[in-house]
Design a protein around this ligand. Structure first.
Ligand SMILES: Nc1ncnc2c1ncn2[C@@H]1O[C@H](COP(=O)(O)OP(=O)(O)OP(=O)(O)O)[C@@H](O)[C@H]1O
Ligand SMILES: [Mg+2]
Length: 164
């Protein structure tokens, strides 16, 4: 049976860390779905639609990968798109506790979906969407932290916003 995996996240914005996980997951699955969680509680820099478009442009040369958004439980969305696996990345001990809790909750909610973890690559273990946004807001160089398309969009977004 073909293996479909769901890589869920907020990807606000998509970083080289996310790209690393995506590119390393692709050879081990038949189809990878990047699912952007619509989360009203998280204040975001980009709308979900902007994120979908940016990630599609970044991954345009990759086959077997699609990008969409979802609301509600991740395991329900996994079921709905025929994914038997959820992919998550691990950067540090801090990620571990949260991810352990989440993976167990998801298994309780839906034992048919298994969570698989990918270790961060050493070049990007310190990269998060949050710290990329912080560096960019403080006029730091984010070009090695996110794909070129994303760097352009972040700078354009900051230039279109009044500084606070
Ligand atoms: N640099 C990275 N290396 C490996 N995995 C990562 C990296 N950054 C994020 N991930 C993983 O990608 C998944 C989705 O992450 P998410 O969208 O929350 O990104 P984030 O960078 O943690 O964003 P935020 O700073 O807003 O929390 C999570 O499993 C997260 O651990
Ligand atoms: Mg996070």
């Amino acid at each position: 049976m073909p293996l479909t995996a769901l890589y869920p996240g907020s990807f606000d914005p998509f970083t080289n860390g996310h790209l690393g996980v995506t590119e390393r997951a692709l050879p081990v699955v038949d189809k990878l779905i990047l699912g952007i969680a619509r989360n009203a509680r998280k204040r975001s820099m980009f709308t979900v639609e902007e994120r979908i478009e940016m990630i599609r442009a970044t991954l345009a040369h990759h086959e077997h990968v699609s990008v969409c958004s979802f609301e509600g439980l991740t395991v329900d969305f996994a079921d709905a798109c025929g994914a038997s696996v959820i992919i998550r990345g691990l950067r540090a001990v801090a990620d571990f506790e949260y991810e352990l809790q989440m993976a167990n909750m998801n298994r309780k909610l839906n034992p048919r979906v298994e969570t698989l973890f990918m270790m961060t690559s050493e070049e990007y273990f310190f990269v998060s969407s949050q710290n990329v946004k912080e560096v960019a807001r403080l006029d730091g160089n984010i070009s090695g932290l996110v794909p070129p398309i994303i760097a352009d969009r972040v700078l354009a977004k900051l230039n279109s916003q009044p500084k606070d």
